[in-house]
Design a protein around this ligand. Structure first.
Ligand code: ZN
Length: 227
């Protein structure tokens, strides 16, 4: 989007940082102030992110913590949850009704975010039969998502020998999301971790009776449920 990201897109990003899983977890020891992490996630400058965070604060959607981190207020959290839920329902409209692939659906749903109001989203949800998950495995209900986070781990964090089922795919990197589909690394797929070689940027997995290596970055974007 040329003129920058909307309030809703910022809230969505802050939501992922507030309920982290895998790669959305703050990086390194003494995690960086949130403005920089938000800027990194949205590919904008630190200054733009800082400016937008000020606006969100003025609108009562976030408050600043002791380290200037952005914390969702009750209002902000409620709106952020509405945004992520809507995104997931629109993705299902795109795949189930319009025939888009899973990787196309994510980007298209971002573009369509502001097109549908709450009442339209409620009608779409009804017509689709109240889908439980988006095409990439994320629960439509944010409460279900937050509870499920505790049962999941990024594939990159598993010990060799661990069997697991892919439950969710990281969505914010469109190239990686496309690649997951090309490789058959989709929700519901069973895998087993054979070996991890972080120095070689490699995780070897057993998949569909064969064996293959994927990058640590890819393994960090696959959220799995260990068997
Ligand atoms: Zn999705």
């Amino acid at each position: 989007m040329a003129q920058g990201h909307s309030v809703d897109e910022y809230l969505e990003t802050i939501y992922f940082l507030a309920f982290p899983i895998g790669e959305y977890t703050p990086r390194g020891a003494g995690s960086p102030p949130l403005a920089s992490r938000v800027a990194e996630m949205l590919h904008v400058s630190r200054a733009s992110a800082g400016e937008m965070l000020k606006r969100l604060e003025a609108e009562g959607l976030i408050e600043r913590g002791a380290r200037k981190e952005a914390l969702l207020t009750d209002t902000g959290r409620e709106r952020a949850e509405r945004v992520v839920r809507k995104h997931r329902i629109i993705e299902r409209l795109l795949t189930d009704f319009m025939g888009y692939t899973g990787y196309e659906a994510h980007e298209r749903a971002d573009e369509l975010g502001d097109t549908f109001d709450d009442e339209m989203v409620a009608r779409i949800d009804e017509k689709l039969g109240h889908p439980e998950r988006c095409p990439h495995g994320w629960p439509v209900d944010p409460q279900v998502e937050q509870a499920e986070n505790l049962e999941l781990a990024p594939l990159a964090a598993l010990e060799p020998g661990t069997k697991a089922t892919i439950v969710r795919l990281a969505e914010h990197d469109g190239v990686l999301l496309h690649w997951f589909y090309d490789q058959g690394l989709v929700p519901g797929t069973s895998i087993v971790v054979r070996a991890t070689q972080p120095a070689a940027d490699e995780v070897t997995i057993g998949l569909n009776g064969g064996e293959r290596s994927i990058s640590v970055k890819a393994a960090a974007g696959l959220f799995v449920k260990p068997a």
